[in-house]
Design a protein around this ligand. Sequence first.
Ligand code: ADP
Ligand code: MG
Length: 263
Amino acid sequence: MSDFDQGATKVVAIVNQKGGVGKTTTAINLGAALAAQGKRVAIIDLDPQGNASTGLGIDLDRRQITTYDVLLGDVSVTDALQSTDVQNLRIVPANSDLSSADVEMVSKSQRVSLLRSALNSRGKTDIDIVLIDCPPSLSLLTVNAMVAAHSVLVPLQSEFFALEGLSQLMLTIREVRQTANPRLGIEGVVLTMFDGRNKLAQGVLADARETLGSLVFDTIIPRNVRVSEAPSFAQPVLDYDPTSKGSIAYRALAHEFIARETA
Ligand code: ADP
Ligand code: MG
């Protein structure tokens, strides 16, 4: 058994089958904020679009070894990890190779646990937290993330229909628990791109708190232009503009994440 199964490393899948809700932004910035608090963090880019890789400055020509090779080749997570400009933050990058992975994985008998096996094959770990940045679907890639994870973190964009997809997501979580990963927990739901002046956004927050209760993080990520600018400078917002509202919020989210863990 490896450290992953023994729980020395916490594995969190960042999931929402909707695109554009803040999964990648949360992977990068929660990752950077946890790293700043001394945690050794690894992001696994599980989206063929590779936005997390780009946002952390891993150019395409540095993506010779990717998540694809971890899933379908014989490459260990350790060998695929690359350092970033952020101390304590590493990433297994992705590129468009990953778009064919779903189809190629289907024929494997262990198709849902390929990522889990790859994480477990790495022996003694020097990683405290793995954040898996999932694609915008409940595909085999996302199921692999849920099977490998201890918990799921769900970014929820503060807009109409935000809660609609959640029942499908909860069904998938239940299925994964019943089949491949009984220990899968829900880390929490984090409201993203929140605009407090917007009545609709306030309604989404109230609805989320009513239906999901304490699963909703107290920390809310505001809509903040510095957050959306940061990836084009290949930086987390925490480095791009440390005093921005977005940076303050992601630091608070990291504190809350750690506090919940130890509570
Ligand atoms: P996903 O990974 O779920 O598809 P992203 O994290 O890529 O979503 O976010 C979608 C878009 O919204 C991106 O352009 C991103 O820069 C922007 N965005 C995300 N969070 C914020 C925020 N708090 N404030 C402003 N823009 C944001
Ligand atoms: Mg994304």
